[in-house]
Design a protein around this ligand. Sequence first.
Ligand code: GRF
Length: 212
Amino acid sequence: MSSLDVKPLTRIGILLSGRGSNFVAIAESIRAGQLRGVEIAVVISNVAEAPGLEAAARIGLPTAVFVSKGRQRAEHDAQMIACLREYNVELVCLAGYMRLLSPEFVGAFRNRILNIHPSLLPAFPGLDAQEQAFNYGAKAAGCTVHFVDEELDHGAIVVQRAIPVLETDDARTLAARILAEEHVAYSEAIAQVASEEYEIRGRRYVRRMLPG
Ligand code: GRF
């Protein structure tokens, strides 16, 4: 690319199943000019009633629903892959997408899928991570944005944000404070990955230092 060329926007596809607050935070970062070089191409849900889908429609973004209930995973995922390709999506962002992806989906977007998880991985993978951390008596909690591979909550870590667990916390207040960190972490991770200034060495995500 010559110095006169402008890097085209990275087109992201959002997958969600519910509330969609992480999606809204990403959309808000883009709108506020804090997430340069990125645009949301499509928002896909596997749940027709997902509030996140309504939020996407209100903002005027393209949406698609592929109901997953009772459907075979690979067949359902093939529809999502086709839709993401149709919208020329380069980076898939799971934002509260509550269904395991098939190996075919992971392979179709190898190292191009991000997920956000409300714990400091590898601690507390799986469901209700905030409650797991609270009940375990962890003194630090937080969130992780990571690449998705074939294992649950497992791929290379891009960004983590940690907070202390306060004496006054309960599982609900802890989850709320973690969520506030999630909303910052996801945009930060997307900005980094979209810049393409990184490499993955084994499990390690390493940022390339820009000259100057
Ligand atoms: C978040 O806590 C996220 O870490 C987890 O699912 C939740 C989704 O929340 N994967 P929202 O739908 O983005 O509000």
